[in-house]
Ligand binder design. Structure first.
Ligand code: BGC
Length: 811
């Protein structure tokens, strides 16, 4: 069952009922100001950091669901409704929500009145713009009132939702004309305020929630809307809000448009005040003036569309397979950009208060967006590297506002260092910008500990090399990619964090997965060394990689698949002698991607075991058999009920590792089959089961052991986005940025006749036509560029700003 459909021409997902299984959201903003917005106009805004600079309040996990946001109330006589249905939930005569690239349009009609709400964050502007267009479609004159309503958050979202003894006394606002200024704490250490404005002076307003909603009122039945209108309240403490009232008289067929804005303004300390106690509003007025007219609004919306054209245009496929094109050309790349902006901080599953930017997460996200925004990827790499410790280990997370490591979570996740090499490797292949390796970057954000980025990579590699266990495999520390495999932590007390309780290091617990990573990214490190003339170091690195490969192929091999780990007692995790958790997905994917066991046949055998034991119709589960009881020695993984999350859920992030691994052994049909099992566009038809947005990947789909097999959770902010784009664009469709050019090496279903790709790469456009007359999965027989045959399968770096015609014949 579906709740909408894709509109590929407009690059929108069109939701046709407000009663989606869960709120289906979009992200507005791609620079500093962000808004999460659901299909019923729920959501919130923040500036840079969803925890530390939250502009509007949102109550997660609330009932009723998703009732704070950017709602507009329409009052038509006795009838009160919202164009997005929520929060009043009055039945609408028609409803549609179009989530597009960085904008959303919500349109509802009732009783002969149509109201359309268009929201986006303009490029270069620290504000959310919202246009309301109300049309009288009835045959008679209409006297209506419309009320926009938002609730301010007192900046630090964590404090806002807990420190009521203080916060109920701090709230302050100012009202001037059509604008309401939220200036809580501005008198003390804050130099910023939020402002909500309209393009005309309203007929009424409220700034105290109690007055607008009523003391025991709710957004579903605001007292002011259902009663006598806004009261002109001025908030002193309690809950500052911005609500306005506009009384409209519309002749039959007439429309009225009002443009609103929610802005964030910073003032230099010496320019904070206009008069004693009066906020300096100059910048807010300028901000509002920049988008005051409908023409300015439209121009800003067009600029946004052009921005997205530019980003997505860098990789476009035309395959004849509608779902594939829609994922690659639109939604997967879009989601990659959202993970660039948000990492794992703010979604409808990440409260914005918990996790900031993940070290490993942000490094992996790079794989999905580096081709779109290489300059910003460069800056991101330097930010991430600056949180690394001098010994090569890393803070697991950092806050986007301060860019400082998050002490609460600390360090000790032993895969983290190697992901930095993965991210830099992807950046170098995309851009050829070796200059980044000379950038001087602090360790632990301490300038006195600064070293070139190259040194950071060296220490990443060395950290793993020097932290090996009894089998010569890397020590796991607190955890590796799988945050829930906590082999050094023995948690017996509820409420403890599995990841940070207990020692971060143990002398014995080892990870085969990090072993695979060390081979894959150790090779990348060795190649970087060679490129910068460090031949001896490259040789040493390769020798260490070979030793690791041997360790993985022996101590890490279980007979038919790769083991997962050794626990703190030296026992095998992920082996046939285990009672539960005999086989895990991660080492099969990572080790085969690294090429381990390719020549000996072990790689193919491991993938065969995956097929036999982990396959389901909705994707590959993380492990089997699921843990049915809590294993103290394994930690959080066994704390989830079977089939959920890391305990045998279909963890979408590592499905693409298997997909890539299948291409390593040349299985194009299987690779694409697995790709389509978890790709949202293919799952659209089961949206009632899937529950999450059908246009983006979710972190997890419940596995076959779960009650809700096939149901997804945790949409948007997941490494799944980057990995799937990386795998479909590079491993399956086979256009890979490489050191000296663009390598063409597809691995596709044998049935495909061919496809076209347009790829921008280092200042040239490559228009590539792939032909598959012999119906093979893999193998490049002939390549021509601009009519001339080239030897091998690496297209040269043209770097001439021109478009080049490439024809590739497989066979
Ligand atoms: C985290 C990742 C982790 C994954 C698997 C995600 O929630 O963001 O860092 O690799 O879970 O445990």
């Amino acid at each position: 069952m579906q709740f909408g459909h894709f509109d590929d021409a407009r690059r929108e997902y069109v939701i046709t009922t407000p009663r989606t299984p869960l709120p289906w959201i979009n992200y507005l903003g791609s620079e500093r100001f962000f808004t999460l917005l659901s299909n019923t106009a729920g959501g919130y805004s923040f500036y840079l950091d969803a925890r530390l600079r939250r502009l509007t309040r949102y109550r997660y996990n609330n009932a009723p669901l998703d009732s704070e946001g950017f709602h507009i109330y329409v009052k038509d006589g006795e009838s009160v409704w919202n164009p997005g249905w929520q929060p009043v939930q009055a039945d609408l005569d028609s409803y549609v929500c179009r989530h597009g690239l960085g904008y959303t349009v919500i349109e509802g009609a009732k009783g002969g009145v149509r109201a359309e709400q268009t929201l986006f964050v303009p490029l270069g502007g620290d504000c959310l713009l919202m246009r309301l267009r109300v049309t009288n479609e009835s045959g008679a004159e209409k006297r209506l009132s419309v009320f926009p309503y938002i609730e301010f958050c007192l900046w630090d979202a964590m404090d806002d939702s807990s420190n009521f003894q203080r916060n109920f006394s701090t709230g302050e606002v100012e009202i001037e004309g059509a604008a309401i200024y939220h200036k809580t704490e501005y008198r003390e250490r804050r130099d910023h305020y939020a402002v909500f404005w309209a393009d005309r002076v309203p007929d009424g307003f409220d700034t105290a929630r109690e007055k607008f909603l009523g003391t025991y009122g709710s957004p579903a039945r605001p007292a002011a809307v259902f009663g006598a209108g806004c009261t002109g309240s001025v908030a002193h403490g309690w809950q500052p809000i911005a609500a306005q009232q506009f009384d409209l008289t519309l002749a039959p067929g007439a429309s009225e448009t009002i443009i609103f804005g929610l802005g964030y303004v910073e003032n230099p300390r010496e320019e904070k005040w206009e008069a004693p106690g009066v906020v300096n509003k100059t910048r807010a007025r300028e901000m509002a003036a920049r988008c005051a007219s409908p023409a300015q609004f439209d121009a800003a919306l067009e600029a946004l569309a052009a921005y997205w054209d530019g980003l997505l245009g860098r990789y476009q496929v035309s395959s004849g397979e509608e779902k594939l094109d829609r994922m690659v050309n639109i939604w997967n790349q879009y989601q990659c950009m959202v993970t660039f902006n948000m990492s794992r901080s703010a979604s409808y599953f990440e409260s914005g208060m918990g996790r900031g930017m993940g070290f490993r997460d942000s490094c992996q996200d790079l794989l999905g967006f580096v081709h779109m925004i290489p300059e910003r990827a460069r800056a991101r790499i330097l930010d991430i590297a600056a949180t690394q410790f001098p010994d090569g280990s890393a803070y697991h997370q950092y806050q986007p506002l301060t860019k400082k490591g998050n002490l609460d979570v600390g360090s000790g996740f032993n895969d983290d260092p190697l992901w930095l090499i993965a991210g830099v490797d992807a950046y170098l292949r995309e851009t050829g910008d070796f200059g980044i390796l000379d950038e001087i970057v602090p360790f632990d954000n301490d300038e006195s500990l600064s070293q070139p980025l190259l040194e950071h990579l060296r220490r990443s590699f060395r950290f793993t090399k020097t932290h090996l266990g009894p089998h010569g495999l890397p020590l796991i520390g607190r955890a590796d990619w799988n945050d829930c495999l906590n082999l050094n932590c023995f948690s017996e007390h509820p409420g403890e964090s599995f990841q940070i309780t207990g020692p971060s290091e143990g002398p014995v617990a080892e990870s085969v997965f990090i072993g695979g990573m060390f081979v894959k990214y150790g090779r990348a490190w060795a190649a970087i060394c060679r490129r910068v003339g460090l031949m001896e170091e490259a040789d040493e690195a390769e020798a260490a990689v070979s030793r690791m490969e041997q360790a993985v192929l022996t101590a890490g091999w279980d007979g038919a698949w790769f083991r997962r780990a050794y626990d703190a007692f030296g026992q095998v995790v992920g082996g046939k002698e285990c009672e539960e958790g005999q086989i895990f997905i991660e080492p099969q994917g990572m080790c085969v991607m690294a090429g381990i066991g390719k020549d000996s046949g072990q790689a193919a055998q491991a993938l065969e075991s995956v097929k036999e034991r982990l396959d389901t119709k909705y994707g590959i589960v993380l492990l089997q058999p699921a843990y049915t009881r809590y294993h103290l020695e394994l930690g959080e993984i066994s704390s989830y009920p079977p089939g959920y999350k890391e305990n045998a859920g279909i963890f979408c992030h590592n499905n693409p590792w298997i997909i890539a691994a299948e291409t390593v052994v040349g299985h194009g049909d299987r690779a694409f089959d697995l790709y389509s099992r978890i790709a949202p566009a293919w799952r659209e038809e089961i949206s009632d089961l899937h529950k999450m947005e059908p246009y983006v990947y979710s972190q997890m789909i419940a596995g076959k052991d779960a009650k809700n097999f096939g149901q997804a959770k945790n949409s948007w902010l997941t490494g799944t986005a980057a990995w799937n784009f990386y795998v479909i664009s590079q491993y399956i469709l086979g256009v890979k940025p490489d050191w000296d050019g663009l390598k063409i090496d597809p691995c596709i279903p044998a049935g495909w006749d061919g496809y076209k790709i347009s790829r921008s790469f280092r200042n040239a456009v490559y228009d590539i036509r792939i032909e598959n007359p012999g119906h093979v999965c893999r193998g490049v027989k002939r390549v021509t560029a601009d009519g001339r045959e080239i030897s091998g399968n690496v297209l040269p770096v043209f770097s001439d700003g021109r478009t080049h015609e490439v024809v590739v014949t497989l066979g």
